[in-house]
Write a protein of this length. Sequence first.
Length: 488
Amino acid sequence: MTNLRQLTLAQMRDGLKAKKFSAVELAEAHVSEIEKTNGTYNAFITITRDKAIDMAKASDAKLAKGQGGAIEGVPVGVKDLFCTKDVLTTAASHILDGFKPQYESTITTRIWDQGGVMLGKLNLDEFAMGSGNLTSYYGTVKSPWKKDGQHLVPGGSSGGSAAAVAADLCPIALGTDTGGSIRQPASFCGITGIKPTYGRCSRWGIVAFASSLDQAGPITRNVRDSAIMLNVMCGFDPKDSTSVNMAVPDFEKALTGNIKGKKIGIPKEYRPDGLNPEIAAMWDKGTKLLKDAGAEIIDISLPHTKYALATYYIIAPAECSSNLARYDGVRFGLRMGDDSSSLTEMYEKTRAAGFGAEVKRRIMIGTYVLSAGYYDAYYKKAQRLRWLIADDFNKAFEKVDAILTPTAPSAPFGFDYKPSDPVEMYLNDVFTVPTSLAGLPGISIPGGLNKDGLPLGLQLIGKAFDEENVLNIAYTLEQAIGFKGKPV
């Protein structure tokens, strides 16, 4: 019998319509496996068994009448950064203890309207701040990928989402990407993740980290599944002032596999001295495969790339310090202190107990760079550099249709990797941050395995709102690579 959990989203969609299996069977298969293995992976913070079965029954009733949405009956995991009505929403932080929103995020509303079945809320780095899913109040997430018999980190911040898809706990998981938090964990887990153009997907109802950078996107098993999910997720939302009012094309229809004449840029700045030779070899192989498929390879320069990481780690903490000021113990979540505490004491005790070390670090950095004495020296300069980084991409896209780079500078690492300097951990985002600063679409697909049998990712970056082209080039490259790697 077919293992229902190993089917792709497209296969589940088509199988449900053909009545090869029911939505309830799909939901039960996934929920049962989640309950059995969550003690190992810790991918889910909240498992919504009853909700999943009820939603699946409703989907079966629609499918029996020949009705239903684009993903009717398909199980979905939700990163615990999306507000879900009456379901615990934590952002993986102690400070949101017990918070059950009275509203639903726009993205999850669209998914439920199109027939998605909610399996539960997925673990992440606290408030999406991290590159290894090591900072969650609810404990670290373990990837199904192992080295020497030991589980590795799944990447972050959407580590629970990536681990769940890689472990066949769900075919689709929602993620958010601020500086690489969809693409880097997709690379670490040997799967696919796309960050659409900033403004393509509504941010309304997503717990904010850095508002000018945060963008929702799907983590899936392959490019086709990502295209299907983008069609469900994208679209204008009047409740989000940064949402762009433009038509959403049929992304799945764009997957023709024909890229003849497309121009692919290879940026020299993404090949620094000391680049892992296995990463470089995978990148060269991907370049050759695109050339063999009819694309023209063009060397390009993105000269301000070297400033991207420093720019990001000024702008993102600045926005985080502003966004996280709302967590004070007054309106929702954790409240510390007693009746004798003053308001200021309650604020201090709540925030001291509620936030983890990494979140506190970024709040402090952000508050510092926004302060009167340092605003011009740091934040203002970072904003100018952000414009220059975006302009580099604009100039490059006058010559090329897409840009190919590695996704991450390394394969997934173990839990024994404990850098003494937090900045060393930030270097995991070195290839993904520039795309986020420029607000461009970027997708990570599996590019191959290293000598230890661990996954390495390739990233394709496109022009703003040109997801169709990015997806089609990624689809063509995916077919040429023929990646079959699975966790062992």
